[in-house]
Design a protein around this ligand. Sequence first.
Ligand SMILES: [Fe+2]
Length: 361
Amino acid sequence: MQAPGVSLAQRQGLYDHGYLILRGVLDQARVEAARSVITGALPEHERRIVAPAAVATHPNVIGLFQNSDIASILADLMGPFPPVVSCQVALTPGHDDLGGAPDTHVDGGWNGVIPKRAEEIDPTTHRPKDAARYYGINDEVRGSNDGLLWMDPQRRLSNGSYTALVGVCLSDQSQPGNGQLGVLKGMHEHVEKVFQRQRSSGGVIGAEGIDWPRIKIDSRERPYCNGLPNSIRALGIERGKANASLPDWPWQELTPILMEPGDAVIALHSLPHTPTPNFGPNPRINVYFRIRRLRPENPHEGSRRVAHGVSDHPDRGYFGQYLDYPDHYDPWQTSIDRLCDHWSEWDGMQDLLLTDQYKKA
Ligand SMILES: [Fe+2]
């Protein structure tokens, strides 16, 4: 099946780069309707990770995706998905450096409170030496930004996941340095291989699995939550050194997603990404939707408790609650299998994958 509205070249780009930009997919009236809801509720000098629910669920904001051409294009590329009930409104004020360097990550990791001193981290497990103090008994403490230490009670899977990140652009981001989403272009396939290696190892999938220490120590001896496997971070730096396409861009490993209001980007969950500092005078406004392809066997598809559209951990309730699953359905094993074969959730890419050029070795 070929996705209408998306050319073969665009689908090849999605495969190769891990993302696809839809130019001018939304009309300016729709853009302006959403912008006015957001800027009316969020002071432009304030950066909010989680917008008030009234903004994130407002019909003009949800409507950027729901029932838009973006949704129908994604349905053609991916297949069916439950309706979205919320989203992430990401506003970076003008002249905001985000506190320093971008923090590139794969979505779904935990980013909670950790010790401030390097000597408090166990160098072998990369966990706090006094883990119960930070993680709670049995690692049951919820992190900030709705992240969770583990997706499943058995602690096989530490990374939440979905299928596609959709970013809708509501401000001029056509020139680098205006707070663009930055991505490690083409690294989605390498991230999939990391998940495959972790699965083959019989250990944890995600942070605390092989190649992925949960807490690392930075050059100033400060612990930080590590959103990337070691091999991916190293490969990103190596590729960045060879990339001189944007000489004034400080982060050569990152490709800035250049968009104008009404454009949108569709990226695979496995594509490492980060917001970048906004050196420009105007607020950077993007609205993100996290979409997971419908899993018909899952009894919680479409439940508001999952908060489809905003959640990066849809195998648990949005607020971290464990959901009841029937014995015949293991949501976490299903997610592990999808993380290790991410194109299996993209119906509209299957014909491409069968061509010689794209057949996996
Ligand atoms: Fe993210």
